[in-house]
Design a protein around this ligand. Structure first.
Ligand code: PLP
Length: 409
């Protein structure tokens, strides 16, 4: 704790958030969040819910009717999909390319699913041939993947995996929290059955809402487990024939009913977060999917070029690097956490540390959403260079910012 007091007015410092997320939200998203609250069944509110469904069909590039928000951080979207699709004993295949693949396993195991993993060295992605081999041998109900795994900065190609899932009749889920809006994601073209996301990366909002989309066949699997709560059940309601979903809050059959024409009561939709999610989607669609992804690539490449020109080494296979975050080795002669602290306290800039086998070895620097901008990239490079020089790192001074400027030029 600094010299904060309990009763002082909330006055967080201005930071430039250049880590792997969360990032600074677009100003328009802040405005949206501060709009008045209305009741959950106010026709204006239900109208906004319907708009949000339509907007996110655009973001996900899908025609899926079942496109909505799960209230909670991105992890809530993951958990909702896995607990709603997987019954105890169901088989799920999970390629692990980083920390968030482990998270999928953790959740699937808690659900009671039988989990088979494909363990990939951090910094690489999972080849489609390996997935095919495992699908043939294991015959899973679900293939669960992470597109952009921020822990390693790698972007798993999905198109071929989607084709395999079609061929072998496997449901295909992807956690696109960190990749959506910064990297290509074509839900229908790539035959994805379920995708979940979050706002706090390239969509440029705060964490706390998880947009998801479900194909018709996935929604059918979930609806077979439908249960209607006592107290709201009417004669026309029909429960599914399959085993009940083992979570009430994350029961997607109930959440679909809440977002559906009957608006059957479940939770109270998080109004302010819905405003935020709506504005994130509007910003994305107004700018245009291709333009937004290109802006992330430009910013990400400028940052990577700048770091390399400074003499720093990048982490991971460059062919599969996410557009919006880069891993960079911490020079041996400096203390990684001290550099991050100095960046934060002297410049108000946050960059990311890393997890597991990469902890203490790499920093992760993001260029996402509102911060996928030239000034954010150049300011970060200039500040990092100054802190590294001050910490006696053996870098090439004077080159990083210029290389990034040249990339932009
Ligand atoms: C790929 C990925 N999945 C899931 C999450 C979890 O998101 P949240 O912290 O919003 O629950 C993150 C957060 O960094 C992420 O990068």
């Amino acid at each position: 704790m600094t010299n904060q007091t309990l009763f002082e007015t909330l006055n967080p410092p201005q930071r430039l958030l250049m880590g792997p997320g969360p990032i600074n939200a677009y100003p328009r998203v802040h405005q949206a969040i501060s709009q008045s609250l209305i009741g959950q069944y106010d026709p204006v509110m239900t109208g906004y819910m319907t708009q949000v469904q339509s907007l996110y069909r655009g973001v996900f590039e899908t025609n899926n009717q079942q496109t909505m928000l799960v209230d909670g951080t991105a992890r809530s979207g993951i958990e909702a999909v896995l607990v709603s699709v997987l019954k105890p004993g169901d088989k799920v295949l999970i390629p692990i390319i980083g920390r968030f693949g482990h998270l999928l396993c953790e959740i699937a195991e808690r659900v009671g699913a039988v989990v088979r993993t494909i363990d990939i060295e951090w910094g690489e992605v999972c080849p489609a041939e390996l997935v095919e081999k495992e699908i043939k041998a294991f015959q899973p109900k679900l293939l669960a993947t992470v597109q952009g795994d921020t822990s390693t900065t790698m972007n798993q190609p999905l198109k071929e995996l989607g084709e395999l899932c079609q061929r072998y009749d496997v449901l295909f889920y992807c956690d696109a929290t960190a990749s959506i809006a910064g990297n290509e994601l074509k839900v229908d073209d790539w035959h994805l059955d379920a995708v979940s996301a979050g706002l706090q990366k390239c969509l440029g909002g705060p964490s706390g809402s998880a947009p998801i989309t479900l194909s018709d066949r996935c929604a059918e699997v979930i609806n077979r487990r439908k249960h209607i709560e006592a107290g709201i059940k009417a004669d026309h309601h029909q429960a599914g024939t399959d085993e009940i979903i083992r979570s009430n809050y994350f029961d997607l059959a109930m959440i679909m009913d809440y977002w559906g024409p009957e608006r059957l009561n479940h939770h109270t939709e998080a109004t302010s977060m819905l405003y935020a999610a709506r504005e994130c989607a509007r910003l994305f669609l107004e700018e245009g999917a291709d333009t937004v992804v290109a802006r992330h690539k430009l910013a990400g490449d400028a940052m990577a070029n700048g770091l390399q020109a400074m003499g720093l080494e990048l982490f991971g296979n460059p062919t599969y690097k996410m557009n919006n975050v880069v891993g960079v080795y911490i020079p041996d002669e400096v203390d990684g956490d001290k550099v991050r602290q100095e960046l934060l306290h002297s410049f108000g800039i946050e960059i990311g540390t890393s997890f597991g086998p990469l902890h203490g070895k790499i920093w992760r620097i993001g260029t996402m959403g509102y911060n996928a901008r030239q000034e954010a990239v150049l300011t970060t490079l200039a500040a990092l260079e100054a802190v590294l020089v001050r910490n006696k790192a053996k870098i090439i001074p004077g080159q990083g910012v210029i290389a990034a400027m040249e990339h932009y030029a």
